[in-house]
Structure formats: structure tokens, C-alpha cells
Write a protein that binds this ligand. Structure first.
Ligand code: PEP
Ligand code: MN
Length: 340
């Protein structure tokens, strides 16, 4: 059950709802959205139903959600939510391009990739400084130095930055610097990491785990929301199937299913899904046509020399061309682009 508070509800009103929940033997989790604060109730539904919630001051209405996830469920919000990242917003109202290097490698490489992202119409810059690599011998990221480079790229172009966190110990610091933090596919069910992200005041992008069902993905998102942070963007990035020719299998139906089940924005990462440059554009264009809320794409000035995921990175000219084609498909399906 979820208690939705009115816009005018005071802290005392919210506290009173939590107190009632505890008195009914349950637990209450407060989540503050852009417009409404909601209180998720976990416990014995029969005992909650006996409480006259709507008689309490500051309560707008009550929603019964019989699912394992509540705060992120579509039942909670009739309208899909928009998530603010820096000065821009991600969600159903527009189509957002996020682009940048897979990993920050140097000032020159990151700056060139950032400029290419911006020229292609991206309104958010991606770039990682902690890389969760399959092999311990592969490049692991520049860490703190990389964060400084990303800040310089943001200063130069004005693009907000999204950065992956791979450990609980990174979260507070990365959240201080970045405009959005990301949990990657390998950590999508690292519940301690998700809880820590839920304690920050920055939006969180949650990628789908390699072998996660939609239901598990939404329950992982619930971990973040339950700690008080409902500014979550879901990202479909392909799932593990029997087919190695396309690296992972991009599940566009899964993207649409997540949009149906949840009020959260859902974007698509075709780069990490397909792992091969020539397959990125077809899947990015399919994602736009299928109604995704955005795409996140790897771009690199010199993919041959990339320290991470070079085979899937687009050259700046390819990225710019793809930006134009994305805008054309978005226009054809009546979707305005997210503009700077
Ligand atoms: C990435 O986006 O750089 C990344 C590591 O992606 P994923 O977690 O989807 O593998
Ligand atoms: Mn990568």
C-alpha cells in the first residue's frame, strides 16, 4: 500500500502517517518526488486497510499495489515521471541522447568525445572512471583523475555528466561531483550499492542485469526508491542469450514492458547491447521508433586505440550522422527531441 501526500502536507503530517504504519505493526518508507511525497507501507495489508488513512491531515489518497515493487510501479503515478539530470530532464516528454566515451582515458580523448557527443545533439555526457571489467588485467579506469577530467568536459560544454559507481565506497563522492550516478549491469542486484545510491540526492540510472527479468529489475529499482530517492532512470542494455554474434541480445520488448509496468523513464544502450559498431545505429533507431525515452551511446575519437570497448564505439562523424537520423525518426513518430 502507498499513501500519497498532498502537495501541502507538512513534515508533521508525514511523520504521523509513518507513526500509524508502525502502530499497525508495519514499516514506512518515505520517498520525496518532484511534486508529491509518498509513503510506502510494508507489512500486514489487512491491518493497514483498517486504518482510515484519508482522514489523516495531508493525505491525498491511498493506492493498493499488490506487487513486490511499489514506489516504482506505474500504479503509483498515472503520468510517467520526468527525472532531472543537471539542467535537463529525461522522460516521456522528449527523446534524450546521452553520449560520450565508455571510459575516460585522457583529457584529449575525453574532450574530443564530449565535443562529438554535443555536436550529435546529446544533452548528457557519459564517461566512466571506474570500469567493471571481466578481466582484472583490463583497464580499470582513472578514478579520481578521471572525475576531474569529466568536470573539465562539463565546464567546457555545459553537459551534465553521468558516471558509474561500482562500489559502495564511491557513492557519496561520485554523487557529489556527478549529475547522475549509474549502477551497471554487473551490479544491478548489488543490494547494498543500490541502498547507498538511494540515500543520495542525485538521480540514479539503473542498468538491467545480464540475466534479470523485468520484475527483478523493477525490484532492484525499488531498493533505490525505498531509501528515499525516486529519481531513477532504467536502462535496457541487452541480456545474455545463446547468440554471440550480437554480444548481448537487445530486448526492446523488455524496454517497452518496463515502461508499461513502471512510471520511470526507460532508455536503451545499444552500444553495450550489440558490442559492434555497425549494429549500434540500427538498434538506436529501433529504440527511438519503439518509444524508448532515450539512448546512451559510446563515442571515441580513435576507437582502434580505445582502452575499453573500442569495437562498439562510434567515430565522431558516425555519432553526428546518427544524431541526425535519430532526430528524423523521433520526428516521424511525433517525439520531440530533448534540446540543450
Ligand atoms: C558501460 O555503460 O560502460 C557499462 C559498463 O555498461 P554495462 O554495465 O551495461 O555493461
Ligand atoms: Mn563499456
Amino acid at each position: 500500500m502507498v499513501v500519497v501526500m498532498t502537495q501541502e502536507a507538512s513534515q508533521a503530517d508525514i511523520d504521523a502517517v509513518c507513526e500509524k504504519a508502525r502502530n499497525a505493526g508495519g514499516e514506512a518508507f518515505v520517498s520525496r518526488g518532484a511534486v508529491h511525497t509518498v509513503v510506502g507501507l510494508v507489512g500486514d495489508t489487512a491491518r493497514f486497510e483498517a486504518v482510515q488513512w484519508t482522514q489523516l491531515p495531508g493525505v491525498a489518497h491511498v493506492i493498493k499495489i499488490g506487487k513486490a515493487y511499489k514506489m516504482v510501479a506505474a500504479d503509483l503515478h498515472p503520468e510517467p515521471s520526468m527525472v532531472s539530470v543537471g539542467q535537463t530532464q529525461v522522460g516521456r516528454a522528449t527523446f534524450t541522447i546521452i553520449a560520450g566515451p565508455c571510459a575516460v582515458e585522457s583529457v584529449d580523448q575525453a574532450m574530443a568525445a564530449t565535443k562529438a557527443a554535443k555536436a550529435a545533439g546529446a544533452t548528457i555526457l557519459r564517461g566512466d572512471v571506474y570500469k567493471p571489467r571481466t578481466s582484472p588485467y583490463s583497464f580499470q579506469g582513472l578514478g579520481e583523475e578521471g572525475l576531474e577530467i569529466l568536470q573539465a568536459c562539463r565546464k567546457e560544454t555545459g553537459l551534465p555528466i553521468i558516471v558509474e559507481v561500482v562500489d559502495v565506497s564511491h557513492v557519496a563522492h561520485v554523487a557529489e561531483v556527478a549529475d547522475c550516478i549509474r549502477v551497471g549491469t554487473r551490479n544491478a542486484q548489488n543490494f547494498e550499492l543500490l541502498k547507498e545510491c538511494g540515500l543520495t540526492n542525485k538521480p540514479v540510472m539503473l542498468k538491467r542485469g545480464l540475466a534479470m527479468t523485468i520484475d527483478e529489475w523493477l525490484q532492484a529499482a525499488e531498493y533505490v526508491a525505498q531509501r528515499g530517492n525516486s529519481a531513477i532512470i532504467l536502462c535496457e542494455r541487452g541480456i545474455r542469450t545463446f547468440e554471440p554474434a550480437t554480444r548481448n541480445t537487445l530486448d526492446l520488448a523488455g524496454m517497452a514492458a518496463a515502461q508499461h509496468e513502471s512510471h520511470l523513464p526507460v532508455i536503451v544502450d545499444p552500444s553495450h547491447a550489440v558490442g559492434r559498431r555497425h549494429l549500434v545505429a540500427p538498434m538506436a533507431l529501433a529504440a527511438v521508433a519503439a518509444g524508448a525515452d532515450g539512448v546512451m551511446i559510446d563515442v571515441h575519437p580513435d576507437p582502434e586505440r580505445a582502452l575499453c570497448d573500442g569495437p562498439q564505439a562510434l567515430l565522431p562523424s558516425e555519432m553526428e550522422d546518427l544524431g541526425r537520423r535519430i532526430a528524423a525518426v523521433a520526428a516521424a513518430v511525433g517525439r520531440p527531441m530533448n534540446l540543450p
